[in-house]
Ligand binder design. Structure first.
Ligand code: ATP
Ligand code: MG
Length: 437
């Protein structure tokens, strides 16, 4: 700091467009959701992995593919100022997880089930459900090739929707087969679209020879007819790929998970093969995919490692919570046991010491505090106590302080009466303040 008077900042110091603050009480919902997912992952024996938010740019170019939306136009790339290394804010986490697995030889003693949660960055046009920084939670089962693990992952997501009260999320499945099957299909696809070249939009024409599969994903209404008439990849799959797909469907059927096979379902990244799936809702407008994933048996090789099968999904936290809010399916206000009323700041050392002990015993307590250090009137503090939602008011007034006591006034239960307790007996009465589970 200098002694010079501050001049106003040259730019208005707002958040970056498309990157949102999450404020209370909304943040409580995110915390609740993350806690719910952590418990779920533990029940399915998925372990947490935390990879850096910044990775080397070539990881994504290699991993996701050069002609994907993400790599072509959505990545935040920059050079390390000190050594010029090309770096990128992660647009997704699967590439980083696979890099980490290779770097630390995670698969040396067999497959691993992993999950992550955290922010991803994509330079997209911000709109409802589409942001430039957004949270994803993802699960990755690496080193497993069988359809039972694809099924396990889908069942886990299905259990999550049930747990958080989402009933209108539907599952779409497809199989992308293996690279040779895709190649045959690709040639048929190019031939089909070449025949209808004049009906293609600019995006499709650009992709015709680089990534024709992505044309199937086009949202352009004028192209729907020729997209619908295009050769279906499913018709090009061999016996093994079909068996893998059938095995997945049989497990889902046996578990009562409804799904539709959507032969047009392709995913935004190049790394997928065999099973791909999306959980979709009609309630979020155009941003209807809440969770998406699939198998990526070739990504390990593509990143220069020993080949290993793998499958995973990622869900968009913002979109899922948007649905939870619309459903009012969960109440997530964190409980507050006690609001603490103090009439004279002379009492503060004792009050804070008492609160420290209460909180150590698991009681949540919010102390009245003022902007200017002057204690507000008792009446005003009681108003705040009521508004806080706390179950009890703890009153540290002059009489209480003189007698080394505290008055406990129930705020939510009209039938309950007020009591006065000795501070010395705190461990005896503290448990009575705790919210019932
Ligand atoms: P979309 O087709 O909506 O662009 P995507 O195929 O790019 O989705 P994935 O990369 O598969 O999405 O990411 C998995 C999930 O992450 C999506 O289903 C969605 O819920 C969420 N997601 C993706 N991009 C965004 C974003 N920009 N803002 C918020 N959530 C996102
Ligand atoms: Mg996208």
């Amino acid at each position: 700091m200098t002694d010079q008077p501050l001049s106003p900042p040259a730019v208005k110091l707002t958040a970056v467009k498309g990157m949102n603050d999450v404020l209370p009480p909304d943040s409580a919902m995110v915390e609740w959701f993350e806690a719910t997912v952590r418990k779920l992952m533990a029940r399915y024996a998925y372990r947490n992995i935390r990879t850096p938010i910044v990775e080397r740019t070539p990881l994504f170019i290699r991993g996701l593919g050069e002609v994907t939306d993400i790599v072509e136009k959505e990545m935040y790339c920059f050079e390390d100022r000190l050594n010029g290394d090309p770096l990128t804010l992660r647009p997704e986490a699967t590439a980083g997880v696979v890099r980490a697995a290779l770097e630390h030889n995670l698969l040396y003693d067999g497959g691993k089930r992993l999950y992550y949660m955290g922010p991803m960055f994509r330079h997209e046009r911000p709109q409802k459900g589409r942001y430039r920084q957004f949270d994803q939670i993802g699960a990755e089962a690496i080193g497993f090739g069988g359809a039972e693990v694809d099924a396990e992952l889908i069942l886990m997501a299905w259990a999550l929707w049930a747990e958080i009260g989402l009933t209108d999320v539907r599952l779409e499945l497809n199989s992308l087969g293996q690279p040779t099957e895709r190649l045959a299909h690709r040639q048929a696809l190019i031939a089909h679209f070449e025949q209808h070249a004049d009906a293609l939009d600019e995006d499709a024409r650009r992709r015709l020879h680089s990534n024709p599969l992505r044309i199937l994903d086009s949202k352009n209404p004028h192209m729907q007819a020729i997209v619908n008439a295009a050769p279906k990849l499913l018709d090009f799959l061999g016996a093994e790929s079909l068996a893998h797909f059938a095995a997945l469907q049989a497990i889902l059927q046996a578990n009562g998970v409804p799904f539709t096979v959507n032969p047009r379902l392709v995913r935004g990244m190049d790394y997928y093969n065999l099973s791909v799936f999306e959980f979709v809702t009609d309630r979020l407008g155009a941003q209807g995919t809440v969770c998406a994933g699939g198998r990526y048996d070739y990504l390990f090789e593509q990143l220069g490692g020993k080949s290993s099968p793998a499958v995973g999904w990622a869900l968009g936290v913002d979109r899922v919570l948007e649905l939870v809010k619309a459903n009012q399916a969960a109440t997530v206000t964190p409980p507050l046991d006690a609001y603490v009323i103090v009439t004279d700041s002379v009492a503060m050392p004792l009050v804070l010491a008492t609160l420290q002990s209460l909180r150590a015993q698991g009681i949540s307590a919010q102390m009245h505090a003022s902007a200017n250090g002057v204690m507000a009137s008792m009446k005003n503090q009681f108003k705040r106590a009521d508004a806080s939602g706390a179950r009890f008011a703890l009153i540290f007034g002059p009489d209480e302080m003189a007698a080394q006591q505290v008055t406990i006034k129930p705020l939510r239960d009209a039938a309950a009466s007020q009591t006065t307790q000795r501070l010395a007996d705190l461990s005896a009465w503290a448990p009575t303040l705790q919210s019932p589970l």
